[in-house]
Write a protein of this length. Structure first.
Length: 501
């Protein structure tokens, strides 16, 4: 292990976090006590004041040298033992029996302002027993990317981990492009339990049931009242429902996760591990941004099917808990898994109905499919499309006409406007409701890349301005017009994102 404190820092001056350690105490088989690597000069680069206050953490104390030391992993909190979490996982379809937190630490658990238990977790805090030869570190650009996009997703009302802080470490980290400033992300989640955690536990005697009972108590507590013969099947169904809802929301905003391995699929239904993620500009289901997704397994349009595949792997880990008779367990779990497609379609239909001004009960699938074809054929911008449709209802046809030529869109527009009219509401009111669910601003890839490059070079201004915009995504402001502009074609062609490891 690394040094326990930075030179000259007294643990008596550390912020009082009040950590709990329920996972390590109740399911010790999935954690390993560990400590972060010494950071020579930890400094808070950006801090989420509102999130800090919601966790009863004073922003002022977090911003001190001692607070930065804890949030970098360099100084251990006095009242708890930090741990690295073990998990397995299917990566691009191939099973890996031991992955784990290769560059992360669970500092501890906190209560938020609603009394809910959440994890405070570090990313980039140094090598652990699960690093598999990696250095365990992270760089400023990658950690700021996760900070920005996770906070944008939160503002879009999509379940997600949150970002508390990015702390620079005072050292250089070597990556393909050369040395870059090192950084650690402090993030908050309802937990970091994953499908991969269950894949790890299922292959170790006596660990699967305690883990399942812990996850149920933490995320789906009403299920704990059920008898064992019903509890674990209901648990599986709850996770299937949560993840079906989540991926439908991803699709509705054009979000591409990039690495949908089972170890990146949470039990809670939150989005986790923002590595090579990005948002669509031009609509195309085959869109892939990740530099490591050579076969397009995790393309935008594949995400619902991949999520179903991941849930099947989760179901396999619960077989002995659902029923001691394997065939009966398989039948019961398969019956639940078979509902996933309908669940996803219902969630996506409701999301698209709201986006198209048709309420929230669902929309004719053919109308949506035909819109998808129009947008694909004309490489129309996904985000701008729905704001343009709202303008069409207000009598301004130019924005949508600039995306899809009128000779191609006329029939579809007539069908859509007729469907809106059936609701009997004023078109202007429907347009206003559409603007409340369709963002004007997303983390557009060219703006994200420019902001991250500037931050790497020491200028945080572009990042802070972009963060302000994407965390207020629905209210259009004239001074933010450049943030709603698609990337130039020369940028989008061949654009790739990277994991940062």
């Amino acid at each position: 292990m690394s040094e326990s404190t930075s030179p000259g820092v007294s643990t008596t001056s550390l912020p009082a976090f009040g950590f709990e350690s329920t996972l390590a105490d109740q399911v010790p088989g999935v954690t390993v006590p560990w400590q972060g690597t010494h950071a020579p000069d930890p400094r808070v680069l950006i801090l989420n004041d509102g999130l800090a206050r919601s966790l009863a953490l004073g922003p002022e104390s977090l911003a001190t040298a001692e607070g930065a030391g804890v949030l970098s992993g360099s100084i251990p909190p006095a009242e708890t033992v930090t741990v690295a979490m073990a998990y397995a996982g299917h990566q691009f379809g191939g099973y890996q029996p031991l992955l784990g937190d290769g560059r992360a630490l669970l500092l501890g658990e906190l209560r938020d302002d609603r009394g809910r238990l959440v994890d405070l977790h570090l990313k980039g805090s140094g090598a652990t027993p699960f690093s598999r030869g990696g250095d365990g570190r992270a760089v400023v650009a990658a950690m700021l990317r996760e900070y920005l996009i996770s906070e944008a997703m939160h503002a879009l009302h999509i379940p997600t981990t949150r970002s508390l802080a990015v702390v620079t470490t005072g050292e250089q980290v070597v990556r393909e492009g050369g040395p870059q400033p090192g950084a650690v992300l402090a993030r908050v989640a309802s937990s970091h339990l994953r499908v991969g955690t269950f894949e790890f536990a299922a292959r170790r005697e006596g660990l699967a049931q305690p883990l399942a009972d812990y996850a149920i108590a933490r995320h789906y507590p009403t299920l704990a009242e059920l008898e064992p013969e019903d509890r674990y099947l209901a648990f599986f169904e709850a996770v299937v429902e949560a993840q079906a809802s989540l991926v439908a929301r991803w699709m509705s905003v054009g979000f591409v996760h990039g690495v949908m391995n089972t170890d990146n699929t949470t039990i809670s239904g939150e989005t986790i591990d923002y590595g090579p993620c990005a948002f669509l500009d031009a609509y195309d289901p085959a869109t892939v941004f990740s530099s490591i997704d050579h076969g397009g397994r995790y393309a935008y349009g594949n995400q619902p099917a991949v999520l179903g595949w991941n849930l099947a792997r989760f179901g396999e880990t619960l077989l002995p808990l659902v029923n001691s008779e394997p065939n009966d367990a398989i039948s019961a779990l398969t019956a639940v898994l078979d509902t996933y497609g309908d669940r996803y379609r219902q969630h996506y239909s409701a999301a698209m109905a709201a986006k198209l001004g048709l309420g929230d009960d669902g929309v004719d699938a053919e109308l949506v499919d035909d819109l998808h074809r129009l947008l694909t054929d004309h490489r129309a911008d996904w985000t701008l499309t729905f704001r343009a449709l709202a303008e069409n209802l207000r009598g301004n046809s130019a924005p949508f006409d600039s995306l899809v030529p009128p000779d191609a869109s006329g029939s579809w527009l007539a069908r859509w406007r007729a469907a809106v009219a059936v609701r009997g509401e004023e078109f202007s009111s429907v347009a206003d409701a559409m603007d409340r669910v369709n963002p004007a601003y997303i983390p557009r890839n060219h703006l994200v890349e420019a902001a991250l490059q500037a931050a790497t070079n020491g200028d945080l201004g572009p990042f802070e301005r972009l963060l302000e915009v994407v965390t207020s995504p629905f209210g259009r402001r004239d001074e933010w017009s450049t943030y709603a502009t698609p990337a130039p074609e020369r940028f989008s062609a061949g654009f790739q994102t990277f994991c940062g490891t």
